[in-house]
Design a protein around this ligand. Sequence first.
Ligand code: BGC
Length: 415
Amino acid sequence: MTGVQRLKLTAAVLAGTAGSAGAADVEVLHWWTSGGEAAALNVLKQDLEGQGIGWQDMPVAGGGGEQAMTVLRARVTAGDAPTAVQMLGFDIKDWAAEGALADLNAVAAKEGWDAVVPDALKAFAKDDGKWVSAPVNVHSTNWVWANKAVLDANGLSVPETWEDFTAAVETLAAAGVTPIAHGGQAWQDATIFDAVVMSTGGPDLYTSAFIDLAAEALGSAEMVEAFERMAFIRAHVDDNFSGRDWNLATAMVINGEAAFQMMGDWAKGEFLNADKVPGQDFLCFRFPGTQAQVTFNADQFAMFDQGGAVSGEQAALASAILSPTFQSAFNVVKGSVPARTDVSNEAFDDCGKKGMADLAAAASSGNLFGSMAHGHSAPASVKNAIYDVVTAHFNGEYDAETAAEELVTAVEIAQ
Ligand code: BGC
């Protein structure tokens, strides 16, 4: 018996309705395949199993979800859409515009989602007044993860500014320590770029370049400076960075083989999965110069229209995801923060508490921005065009001036 068959049988037995509609499964397409991600996903699987709903797993490895979105397109084209799909920002809007997503308004109204889900998430979860996806969490990209013992051994404290950061990196390099753990994949380069652009030019540059897609900002002197900073980062990663998965880069920081990783707070899931404690073993802080800002991405589960009304299993999955207990239990493990504003921070560690406080403060001070790298500032076509330029520059194909020029052209063509 395969694992999937076993799950189905368990679900049917639990529900006591083998063979009837109540025993149906949800097939979930997602890219949560690292140790920390899988641990978080188990919280959801168990929640559903407890309700007698079987879980058919459809994992597509690849951080950031690009590969998952390619597989999704193929499945939908073949007329075989999964029940539920992990999805980010503008991808949800694109699928909703194609009329592919089920209407979750009934469950949303019954459970009062409108009152508790922040507007920044509703902007993607609702299409034309209709709820089309269930928000799972809020992540953000402008974080740095550090090995505390490595910093202590080198007499370093948390860098507050870009200059502090470059000084710390140079101290580490001089001591023979790999300063920055990184995986050379386009989405990871772009994740760093979110924070570097915000730090270099502040919210004005970030908004004009990544949200308004203004040519003057994309080709500005500040953007050239942002690329110069990316080159500094590239000069301080180890020789084997190319193609490395993000969680293996996190492992380098966990194991003291490198000092820093710039990565979204899904990295925290890896530290926790390795039994590391924030403040003792590792430190989390905002990328220097972006302390007041949050560049967010929210995982949501979009429900694909299976031909007719939303199914009982889809409604149950959506309801489980938005329940306050699940929002706390899942996000504590995942490294993200709740997608509802009314969940207590009690169960969260210090990094999680900081994440929740930062998010609330950024939302109320106008400092909350969608992550370019994770599909929350512009549609996938534009995001992918930016990826190409950022990665080509990171790998030495362009100097900073040329990269900024290429960015203008690439974004223009992509629109
Ligand atoms: C998702 C996270 C995920 C990360 C790495 C991001 O796009 O929002 O949930 O952990 O990619 O796979």
